[in-house]
Design a protein around this ligand. Structure first.
Ligand code: UDP
Ligand code: MG
Length: 323
C-alpha cells in the first residue's frame, strides 16, 4: 500500500506513576530520537497517574518549555491500563505510540515502526526477544500466563508483546469503540485486529526508579486478562462437575456391590471424609469462578468512567480548561 505520508503526526503516549527519577532521561531520549528521524510534527502525551512524588511538577514544567509536551493529570492513581486509555483518548496524531516512561521500551524503535507503517501496516508490535533484564520468576510466570491465556481465549495475544507498539489512527478509533470499563489493554489491542507486523527488541533495564508491579499486582493482572477474554473457566467448572458426578456414581456402585457381597461394612470413615472434603473444595472453587464473572458484570453495569481527569496542561490545553 502506498500513499502514506513520510512524516505523519506522531503521538507518543506515556503513563507516569512516581517516575520522578526517570522523567528527564525520558524526554531527552525521546526528543533526540524524534529529531534524528526528522519528525517535527509530534506530541508527547504524558499521563500523570496520581503520582505521589514531584512527577506532576516536573511534567508541567516541561510542558511550559516545550509546546510538544501535553500533560493529562488524573484525579488519582487509576492504574496503568486506565492511564494508557486516558493518553490514547487524548492523542490526536496520525499514529499513536504508547511507551513506558522508564525507557524499558527503547524509543530508537520508533524509526523502524514508522517505516513499517509507511509500508502499509496498521499495527507494528514490538516483541521482547530477550527479557533477561526481568527477573527469572517474572519471565517464567509471564510465559505461563501467555500459554494459559492463549489456550483459553479466542483472541490470542502475541507472546512477549507489551503495550509498546505503533497504531494507526484507524486502529485507535476502533479501540475507542470498545465500551468496557475494566481495560486489559494487551487483550483489547489484540481483539481489534488490523494488519499487523512484529519487530523484535531487547528489553532494557529500567533507567531509574523501581518497578510499580508487585507479585500480587501481576497475579491479579493475569486473572483480569484471562477472565476478560474467556469464559473457559466457567466451562471448566461444568466439566469438573460432570467428571466428579461420574466418579461418585461409580464409587456408589462399588459400595453397594461390596455391601451386598461382604455384608454390612462399617469402616469407611476415611473414604467418606475424603469425598466430602473433595466435593466441598470443588464447589468452593466453582463458586469462586462464577463469582469472579458476576463481579465483573457488577462492575461493568455501574458504567463508571475508566478515569477522571483533574486538569490538562500544555499548548492550548490550559486555556481550554477555562482556568
Ligand atoms: N504505571 C502507571 N500506573 C501504575 C503503575 C505503573 O502509570 O499504577 C506506569 C509506570 O510509570 C511506567 C509503566 O506504567 O511508565 C510501566 O510500569 P513499570 O515499569 O513499573 O512496570 P514493569 O516495566 O516493571 O512491568
Ligand atoms: Mg518498567
Amino acid at each position: 500500500m502506498t500513499g502514506r505520508p513520510h512524516h505523519p503526526r506522531v503521538s507518543i503516549v506515556a503513563p507516569f506513576y512516581n517516575e520522578s527519577a526517570a522523567i528527564q532521561h525520558f524526554f531527552a531520549k525521546v526528543k533526540a530520537v524524534l529529531a534524528e528521524l526528522g519528525c517535527a510534527d509530534y506530541e508527547i502525551v504524558c499521563v500523570n497517574d496520581g503520582s505521589r512524588d514531584d512527577t506532576l511538577a516536573q511534567l508541567v514544567a516541561a510542558s511550559r518549555h516545550d509546546p510538544h509536551i501535553v500533560v493529562v493529570d488524573l484525579s488519582r492513581n487509576f492504574g496503568k491500563e486506565a492511564a494508557l486509555t486516558a493518553g490514547i483518548d487524548e492523542a490526536d496524531g496520525d499514529v499513536v505510540i504508547p511507551i513506558d516512561a522508564d525507557l524499558q521500551d527503547p524509543p530508537e524503535l520508533i524509526g523502524v515502526m514508522l517505516e513499517q507503517w509507511r509500508a502499509g501496516y496498521d499495527v507494528v508490535l514490538a516483541k521482547r526477544s530477550d527479557r533477561s533484564s526481568d527477573g527469572y520468576l517474572k519471565r517464567r510466570t509471564a510465559e505461563l500466563f501467555y500459554r494459559v491465556h492463549n489456550r483459553l481465549s479466542d483472541t490470542p495475544i502475541p507472546e512477549n508483546v507489551g503495550d509498546f507498539r505503533l497504531m494507526d489512527r484507524m486502529v485507535v478509533e476502533a479501540l475507542k469503540l470498545l465500551p468496557e470499563r475494566r481495560r486489559f489493554m494487551k487483550g483489547l489491542f489484540a481483539w481489534v485486529g488490523f494488519r499487523s507486523t512484529i519487530i523484535e527488541y531487547v528489553r532494557e533495564a529500567r533507567v531509574a526508579g523501581s518497578t510499580k508491579f508487585s507479585g500480587w499486582k501481576l497475579i491479579n493482572f493475569a486473572i483480569e486478562g484471562i477472565t476478560s477474554f474467556s469464559t473457559a473457566p466457567l466451562r471448566l467448572t461444568t466439566y469438573a462437575g460432570i467428571v466428579v458426578s461420574i466418579l461418585s456414581f461409580i464409587y456408589a456402585a462399588v459400595v453397594v456391590i461390596r455391601t451386598l457381597v461382604h455384608g454390612i461394612d462399617w469402616p469407611g470413615y476415611s473414604s467418606m471424609i475424603t469425598v466430602v472434603l473433595f466435593l466441598g473444595g470443588v464447589q468452593l472453587i466453582s463458586v469462586g469462578i462464577v463469582g469472579e464473572y458476576v463481579g465483573r458484570i457488577y462492575m461493568e453495569s455501574k458504567g463508571r468512567p475508566v478515569y477522571l481527569v483533574q486538569r490538562r496542561y500544555g499548548k492550548n490545553r490550559d486555556v481550554a480548561e477555562g482556568r
